[in-house]
Ligand binder design. Structure first.
Ligand SMILES: Nc1nc2c(c(=O)[nH]1)N[C@H]1C(S)=C(S)[C@@H](COP(=O)(O)O)O[C@H]1N2
Ligand SMILES: [Mo]
Length: 256
């Protein structure tokens, strides 16, 4: 029963996203349609959050299912100077900053991150462009790390700031970023991944650290993470919609 409903909901969501994508360019010009779609999105999010228990796991696969050629998408080799410098030193000087609405801001090296409680999972990555790939991910679970930093009561979202500039025309607002709510942040399959298919995470897939948030579409999985900021809202960040693609018309809630 729950499964049937979930399937139905998935279909309904696919239809909504399909409409959205096919008409994306035209629709973003119309603020009326934008408002209507924003409302639809809130409804689908509430419906999905209501139907699926908060900690329900995304489907996991077997080693035999792993895609031989997992696609890389979006940025695949950031040219940003700060990123290139870190890469050249094998990320020895990399530090993940965690700040914003937290009690104990952190600056973590990769070995600090590798020492955190970890999880390995084989999952399917679904991109809105219509392709999927199955991969094996190992990384630090976000939930225990959030306990360590201590979220302030006003914190409602985590913003993932990335190194890569995807839109050079947009200046400082052209860097990739994403955000998730605390339900997804505390989900056991939500990881800061540093390994893919049992090897160090390749540059094309987001080295040294990328997000896995398995119940969301591909664009929510921020690669090349430089900083995690806990916020009450994201109106003050870049275009104000909570993500690089959200600022360009995609839905903030991309649950699958
Ligand atoms: N920093 C950053 N993260 C990103 C992107 C990007 O361009 N830059 N692209 C997103 C999109 S649309 C997808 S489908 C996935 C692709 O991840 P992959 O290259 O490991 O397949 O990363 C997402 N995260
Ligand atoms: Mo994507």
């Amino acid at each position: 029963m729950a499964l049937d409903r979930r399937h139905w909901l998935k279909g309904a969501l696919a239809t909504v996203s399909g409409l959205w994508l096919s008409a994306c360019e035209r629709l973003t010009d119309s603020s009326l349609v934008q408002t209507t779609l924003d409302k639809t999105e809130v409804l689908t999010r509430k419906a999905q959050r209501g139907l699926i228990p908060p900690q329900a796991l995304a489907r996991e696969f077997t080693p035999a299912d792993i895609s031989r050629d997992f696609r890389a998408n979006g940025s695949i080799s950031p040219g940003d100077a700060d990123y290139r410098t870190l890469l050249q030193a094998g990320f020895a000087d990399y530090r993940l900053r965690i700040d914003g609405l937290v009690d104990r801001p952190q600056s973590l090296s990769l070995s600090d991150i590798r020492a955190l409680p970890a999880r390995t999972q084989i999952t399917r990555h679904d991109c809105v462009e219509g392709w999927s790939s199955i991969g094996k991910w190992t990384g630090a679970q976000l939930a225990p790390l959030l306990e360590q930093v201590g979220l302030k009561p006003e914190a409602r979202f985590l913003v993932f700031h990335c190194f890569d500039t995807l839109d050079p025309e947009a200046g400082a607002k052209g860097r990739y970023y994403e955000s998730i709510d605390l339900v997804d942040a505390r989900h056991p399959q939500t990881l800061l991944a540093y390994e893919m298919n049992d090897a160090v995470l390749p540059v094309a897939h987001g080295a040294p650290l990328r997000l896995r948030v398995e119940r969301q579409l591909g664009y929510k999985h921020a690669k090349y993470i430089s900083r995690i900021e806990a916020v009450a809202d994201f109106a003050h960040i870049a275009g104000g919609k909570g993500g690089y693609w959200e600022d360009r018309g995609y839905e903030w809630y991309a649950g699958i």
